[in-house]
Design a protein. Structure first.
Length: 142
């Protein structure tokens, strides 16, 4: 289960260092193999390969009415591997689609990660905090 936020910088080649606290799990459960694809909210999703395969199978079974969403998720998916120092390459196409240039936020979201351009994430988080909570939280106790 991945959780927590990490502020990270891409290097000049577009590589991102996976935080140390996640590397052992990714090595043991995914053999350091990941898949990156687009998220409809403007960030990227990073899946350990076994979790990606489950997600991909669910997407593949959607009806023709969802064909464009299949293209967005599966057609943009890039398989990557963590190198010996825990870095992964984020393709220029995916970086561009999420507006990521250098400064990022990596969020653990349970079975996968979200990778955001830091400024975009901060703006969207501030907007969310100013709005009402969704109904799903109405009976939630803090």
């Amino acid at each position: 289960m991945f959780q927590g936020a990490s502020s990270l910088s891409l290097d000049a080649k577009g590589r991102l260092s996976m935080p140390t606290r996640h590397r052992d799990v990714l090595a043991s459960q995914a053999n350091n193999q990941l898949t990156i694809t687009k998220h409809p909210h403007g960030c990227l999703m990073i899946f350990p390969r076994p979790e990606w395969e489950k997600f991909r199978d669910r997407i593949a079974q959607l009806p023709m009415a969802a064909q464009w969403w299949k293209r967005i998720f599966m057609g943009n998916a890039m398989d990557v591997e963590l190198d010996g120092t825990g870095r992964m390459l984020v393709s220029p196409e995916l970086r561009s689609s999420a507006g990521i240039e250098k400064e990022t936020m990596l969020l653990g979201m349970g079975d996968h990660f979200e990778l955001w351009d830091r400024a975009t994430y901060e703006a969207k988080e501030a907007e969310a905090l100013l709005s009402d909570m969704p109904d799903a939280f109405k009976d939630f106790s803090f």
